[in-house]
Design a protein around this ligand. Structure first.
Ligand code: M6R
Length: 364
């Protein structure tokens, strides 16, 4: 049941710390700070190229996975939504492999991509939440997210659990390919091991996020901006908001805004910025300043170091724990999901069962 929560989605949002802990403990050794991957169906050292495919939020997790794997393991990755991948007839590398991501393990398009990949001689690893699902059974190997049952149609904890698994895979591949030292591995696994407690801290920002939701709920259109591995999280924020509050939202790479969407900016369009301090901060901050200069209302998620500079032009700044760039996508996913939740509650929509949507899309 829902326990003391109003909706399954709310309950599942509050399960983030536990689920992240359970999933990370499965693939990280907290004593040696090493990644412990299950047997993989391919050798990350030999594989020339990886394909990542999935649908919806699972695909967004896959996009973050692409950033991580390319960065940490220097392994080229193609990422494509399954409904496109299956008809695109892409040239696949000889000896290549694929990672498919799915909560249910039953999504029709992802299943079709799986069959096609196997038929083309690619080794397929699936990241799934349901161990007895079709995808888990038919893949060459499966890595499980330990999210437990997810009832709300909008994915929350399963999404961050997918990120946790992909982060472990990226470190493991990086180690295998000798792109990461033992020291790097220790630094990254330590950062991941702190994610559950940071997630709990973020959930304590609930009241601030609810206040922000009251502003967002009045809007007709909302823009989410992020850079690097937070660009996919901007997409996740927009997808979640559309899905459960029925407000039109778009996620954009911050630097891409001046190539079109900036024309939309006026004081009616809230801009939700994912802008932690770090190497990409100045770039994103200057994109946001451009939007503010055109009357845009900037609502920023950042950390203690980003808060000062951003509050010069942002209408509201919500401070999240300061963490290294590596773990920001997992942590910044939580407030954007929470924001969508509160907006939906304010709008009185059916949060757990949004119109026109199914939890598992088993038809094409
Ligand atoms: O079960 P799957 O992870 O394969 O589902 C994929 C998408 O249908 C799913 O993530 C969908 O986008 C969610 N409702 C998003 O919140």
């Amino acid at each position: 049941g829902k326990g003391n929560y109003r909706h399954f989605m709310e309950k599942e949002l509050h399960e983030h710390p536990a689920v992240l802990g359970d999933t990370l403990r499965q693939y990280l050794d907290p004593k040696t700070l090493e990644v412990r991957l299950p047997r993989l169906p391919f050798d990350p050292v030999r594989v020339p190229r990886l394909t990542i495919s999935a649908c919806g939020s699972a695909f967004i997790a896959g996009q973050v996975g692409r950033y991580w794997i390319e960065q940490l393991a220097r392994l080229p990755v193609d990422a494509d939504v399954a409904s496109e991948f299956r008809y695109r007839d892409p040239p696949l590398a000889e000896g290549g492999a694929a990672i498919l991501v799915s909560q249910s393990g039953e999504t029709a398009d992802t299943m079709a991509a799986l069959k096609l990949l196997k038929h083309a001689g690619q080794k397929v690893l699936s990241v799934v939440n349901v161990p007895e699902s079709s995808m888990a059974r038919e893949s060459d190997g499966a890595v499980l997210t330990v999210a437990g049952p997810e009832i709300g149609v909008a994915s929350t904890k399963a999404f961050t659990a997918q990120l946790a698994v992909l982060a472990c895979l990226a470190i493991g591949f990086g180690r295998a390919r000798r792109e990461l030292s033992t020291l790097d591995e220790g630094r990254l696994t330590q950062a991941l091991l702190q994610v559950p407690s940071h997630a709990a801290e973020i959930l304590e920002k609930d009241a601030q996020i609810r206040d922000l939701a009251a502003e967002v709920a009045k809007a007709r259109d909302v823009l989410f901006l992020g850079r690097g591995s937070l660009y996919p999280i901007a997409l996740e924020g927009a997808l979640k908001l559309k899905e459960i509050s029925y407000i039109h939202a778009e996620g954009y790479a911050a630097g891409e805004m001046k190539h079109g969407p900036i024309a939309l900016i006026d004081n009616q369009v809230p801009v939700i910025a994912l802008c932690p301090s770090g190497p990409l901060f100045e770039k994103t901050a200057s994109n946001l300043q451009e939007a503010a200069a055109r009357g845009g209302r900037i609502f920023a998620f950042t950390d203690a170091d980003g808060a000062g500079p951003l509050s010069r032009f942002a209408e509201r700044v919500i401070e999240l724990p300061k963490v290294g760039a590596f773990s920001t996508p997992i942590l910044y996913a939580i407030p954007v999901q929470l924001l969508a939740y509160h907006v939906a509650v304010l709008k009185g929509t059916d949060v757990d069962q949004p119109r026109n949507l199914a939890k598992s899309v088993t038809v094409e």
